[in-house]
Design a protein around this ligand. Structure first.
Ligand code: AMP
Ligand code: ZN
Ligand code: FE
Ligand code: FE
Length: 274
C-alpha cells in the first residue's frame, strides 16, 4: 500500500485539476491519495469521482493556514464535515483575508516597476478558491518579470519580502478544535519547515496533543533526516500518528515534490483514518 496524504490541485495553488491529480496518483503507483488544498474543499467531489473510476482511494482533506505566536503553521485536516458552520466560517475568513490583501501587494510590486492588474492574477488563479501569493508569482512569470514561481519567493512575496503584505490566518489551537468538532482528524503539516520551527516547541506539541491533535507529518521534503528523527520521537512520546507525504503542487513546485515523494506507513494510516 502506497499512501500520500498531502497534495494540492488547481482549487488552491497546484496546477493539476483534481481529476488529473488522481490520475497522476494512479500513474505514480499510489493506492491512497489525500487532496489537501489550502483552506478549500471545492476539489473533493471531482477527486472522489476520479478515484472511484480509477481505483484510487481518495481521502478528503484540507491544509488550513494557521498562526501560532505570530508565525505561520499549516494544519492538515482529514474527513471532517465540509458543511460544519463554524469551520466553514473560519475558512471563509482565511480565504477572504488572502483575497483582500492582493491589491496592496500589487501596489507594492507596481511601486518597484512591476505593474500587474488584478485580472492578470485572476487569470492565473483560475478555479482556485482564492488568489494567493503563488498566483501573483505566476502572473509575475507571465509578465516576464521573473522566470519561475520560486523566484518570487526570494525577496518579493516571501514573509518580509519587498511586496509582502500579511493576511489573516486561523489561530492554530482554534483550527485544531474546529476540525475535531467537525468530526475530522488533525495533523501538523511539515512542522519544522520555514517559520514554524521556532514556535512548534515541545511545550506547543504537548498543548496540541491535549487539544486533540492526531498526528505529525514527519516525512516531508522540508525536513532533513535529523528533523524527521526528532519529530518521530516527539510523536512517539505523545502517542501521535506519524505521516509522510509529497506536498505535490503539479508544476507549481520542483520535481522533488512529485506524487509519492514521501509516503505514510500503512499502519499509521490505519490508526489515523482506518
Ligand atoms: P498565501 O496563502 O497567499 O499567503 O500564500 C502561501 C502559499 O505560498 C503557501 O501555501 C506556499 O504554497 C507558497 N509559499 C509561501 N512561502 C513560500 C516560499 N518561501 N517559497 C515557495 N513558496 C512559498
Ligand atoms: Zn501551496
Ligand atoms: Fe504547507
Ligand atoms: Fe501543502
Amino acid at each position: 500500500m502506497r499512501i500520500d496524504l498531502h497534495t494540492h490541485s488547481n482549487r488552491s495553488d497546484g496546477t493539476d485539476t483534481p481529476a488529473e491529480l488522481v490520475a497522476g496518483a494512479r500513474a505514480a503507483g499510489l493506492d491512497v491519495v489525500a487532496l489537501t488544498d489550502h483552506d478549500a474543499t471545492t476539489g473533493w467531489d471531482d477527486a472522489v469521482a476520479a478515484g472511484q473510476s480509477l481505483g484510487v482511494h481518495v481521502v478528503r482533506g484540507i491544509e488550513i493556514s494557521t498562526r501560532l505566536h505570530g508565525r505561520s503553521v499549516h494544519l492538515l485536516g482529514y474527513e471532517f464535515d465540509p458543511d460544519d458552520p463554524a469551520l466553514v466560517a473560519e475558512l471563509r475568513r482565511v480565504l477572504d483575508g488572502r483575497e483582500d490583501r492582493l491589491p496592496q501587494m500589487l501596489d507594492k510590486l507596481a511601486a518597484h516597476g512591476w505593474p500587474i492588474m488584478m485580472d492578470e492574477v485572476a487569470a492565473q488563479s483560475g478555479d482556485a478558491a482564492a488568489s494567493g501569493r503563488p498566483h501573483i508569482a505566476d502572473a509575475m512569470v507571465a509578465k516576464g518579470y521573473i522566470a519561475h514561481r520560486d523566484e518570487a519567493f526570494n525577496g518579493w512575496l516571501n514573509t518580509g519580502g519587498k511586496a509582502y503584505v500579511d493576511r489573516y490566518a486561523a489561530p492554530l489551537m482554534d483550527a485544531v478544535r474546529l476540525l475535531k468538532a467537525a468530526g475530522g482528524k488533525a495533523v501538523i503539516a511539515h512542522p519544522w519547515s520555514r517559520d514554524s520551527k521556532s514556535v512548534l516547541t515541545p511545550e506547543a506539541f504537548d498543548e496540541l496533543a491535549a487539544a486533540g491533535l492526531d498526528g505529525l507529518e514527519a516525512h516531508h521534503n522540508d525536513h532533513d533526516a535529523e528533523a524527521t528523527r526528532e519529530l518521530r520521537g516527539i510523536a512517539a512520546d505523545l502517542d501521535l500518528v506519524v505521516t509522510g507525504s509529497s506536498d505535490y503542487h503539479g508544476t507549481g513546485k520542483s520535481a522533488e515534490f512529485c506524487l509519492g515523494a514521501h509516503t505514510t506507513d500503512p499502519e499509521q494510516y490505519e490508526r489515523l483514518l482506518g
